[in-house]
Design a protein around this ligand. Sequence first.
Ligand code: 6GU
Length: 285
Amino acid sequence: MRLDVITIFPEYLAPLRLSLVGRAADRGLLDIRVHDLRAWTHDRHHTVDDTPYGGGPGMVMKPEPWGEALDEILADTPVDTPIDPDADDGGGGARGPVLVVPTPSGRPFSQEVAAELADRSHLIFTPARYEGIDRRVVEEYAERAEVRELSIGDYVLAGGEAPVLVMVEAVVRLLPGVLGNAESHRDDSFAAGSMAHLLEGPVYTKPPVWRGREVPQVLLGGHHGHIARWRRDHALRRTAEHRPDLLRAAPPESWDPGDRRFLAELGWESGPDGRFGPRPGAVEE
Ligand code: 6GU
């Protein structure tokens, strides 16, 4: 996978050389290129911003440097050759680059979006500072690439660089060969599959007693059925406490008889559509 990031703070992206993402790049699974937007300015002060038309606070990023940067990078996009022969590419394998525009007014970034991006071979990120980029840049490149304006959550950051680090890490760990078996993502909170609607419960390692605190006995025994049920119950409890919205949204077929029994213990019951919600009058924290 090829990753380009265009930013006025290239140093902010230094963590891409570390840890899981850095290791994937060192192993040749990723080609990461971080570009300084100011390289595409032509004035003495390397100006990238200007005052907003219509007035108002703050500054807006000028379109010309972004245009020149994106033209150059798009001219150099790799031939799209998906690893997955079943990829949704019309059979040709050439779906072109995705332009990822981090913005607090974007659609929510999620595990599902991360998986869609992980299926592509060229991602171009355009983290902005100030009040954002002149709108015409997104309009222009929407005609030449797939553009995804994405937000990483309901809070405001000073720029899109931290969101790029977040999104790249979420995408890269899904690429074939990046995770070892020990860090497999099949049970991830939010992954599709059996745990899709549940947050992960607590985990423990040695020693069996630490500062007088014991590891739950069931985990020390070898009864795989009891361990699986215990983990499932704790995942349900944690989800009910931290993300009741996820439990409410889960389709009825998500729940096996053991789940239904434990949800009832938590004060949850199934409604007319078969989905679970807190029993009226039950205390929700
Ligand atoms: Cl992608 N950018 C900024 N500046 N703030 C954010 C964000 C992005 N996502 C959430 N807050």
